[in-house]
Design a protein. Structure first.
Length: 366
């Protein structure tokens, strides 16, 4: 960035680098130097400073966002002594949704003398428990975890977590009231409200028969269904619409399932569909296009998660949970608990953001 204002100051350059990384995932030294009107050596120094704080990963010729698979401890040359805290984090996936949450926690940890130790699990409660137990065995001051919370398996792991002698913050999870937990805290997205936002948006576009298609076995699905049902009731909308379950099947079986949903939309006169999650929404949109169904003319779509929804044709409107913010807030909740053990228990919800795109444009004649 050149001109009469001169080159950016160091902190502004580094903020620019981080913003570009959040947008595209990687940056190149040569391109940044040209764009910002500084030498390549200056950009390399900026990247080194960011890497030393655990915010980026240096690669040949540039940098990438800090990988969720990178379990090294961020160097903090400006801090004296060993880390104040060692916090363990267990998430059920390192490839979808969760990397941004992990990055939010890592950025917050890098700003202070805190070691964040990450373990990837799966959606299997037994595997989650093994990974948490391994962290406890290694010695941690607290745990950020995203365990199963439903059914008897969920109740068992939640009860176990509530009885641990280290503080626990659930991330993107909320325990049912029936669990009667006394110590566990949490930070999660208000998915129910997100579903209401989607219904209200579609209602404003002229839709009166709004359906739902949810990924099978997703921990988010029950909350989305509750929000959808509540929104239909509050708006006085007909509930005789599509309420489908999507599976992870491939090939002809998937096409058959999409065909069943399209037929159900026609039979029930459903004109809009909320689809969770993004990959299923894009694949469903492809199916509709291939079979002559106009999006949004014949059927409007709103996706949930907003990981890849903008890549649809047309781009798909989507609810986007504030993933990095959730990760950072969960970390801050934990460090606040460690600094002040007697403070009141906090259980925080964060609202998602609706990004409106072409797939939910107003109905013709509405």
């Amino acid at each position: 960035m050149t001109g009469s204002a001169g080159p950016m100051f160091g902190i502004a350059r580094r903020e620019h680098i981080l913003e570009e990384l959040r947008r595209s995932g990687s940056v190149m030294v040569r391109e940044l130097a040209t764009r910002l009107g500084v030498t390549e050596i200056t950009i390399r120094r900026d990247i080194t400073a960011l890497a030393d704080r655990g915010l980026v990963t240096r690669v040949h010729g540039g940098a990438t966002l800090r990988s969720a698979l990178d379990t090294t401890v961020a160097r903090t040359p400006d801090a004296s002594g060993p880390p104040l805290y060692r916090i363990g984090m267990v998430v059920p996936s390192l490839s979808y949704y969760w990397p941004q949450i992990v990055n939010g926690a890592r950025v917050a940890a890098a700003a202070g003398r805190v070691q964040l130790v990450l373990r990837g699990a799966s959606y299997d409660p037994a595997d989650q428990r093994r990974q948490i137990a391994a962290l406890l065995e290694s010695g941690v001051h607290g745990l950020l975890v995203a365990p199963e919370v439903g059914g008897s398996d969920g109740l068992a792991i939640l009860t176990w977590l509530d009885a641990l002698d280290v503080p626990v913050v659930l991330v993107e999870r909320r325990a049912p009231h029936s669990a009667a937990l006394r110590r566990v805290e949490w930070v999660s997205t208000d998915h129910e409200f997100g579903a209401k936002m989607a219904v209200n948006h579609l209602y404003e576009q002229g839709h009166r028969r709004i359906g739902l298609a949810l990924a099978r076995d997703s921990p988010t699905a029950p909350q989305l269904r509750r929000g959808w049902e509540q929104a239909l009731a509050e708006l006085g909308l007909d509930r005789e619409v599509v309420a489908a379950t999507l599976t992870d099947v491939e090939g002809t079986e998937r096409e058959q399932r999409f065909g069943e949903i399209v037929s159900a939309c026609r039979d029930t006169r459903t004109t809009a569909l909320i689809v969770h999650a993004d990959p299923q929404a894009i694949l469903f949109e492809h199916h509709c296009t291939d079979h002559g169904i106009d999006i949004p003319g014949d059927l409007a779509i709103v996706a949930y998660d907003d990981e890849v929804a903008e890549n649809g044709t047309p781009p798909i409107s989507a609810l986007r949970p504030a993933k990095e913010h959730v990760g950072r807030l969960a970390f801050e909740t934990m460090t606040s608990r460690l600094r002040e053990p007697s403070r009141p228990i906090q259980r925080i919800v964060v609202l998602p953001e609706l990004n409106v795109r072409e797939s939910s444009a107003a109905r013709r004649g509405a």
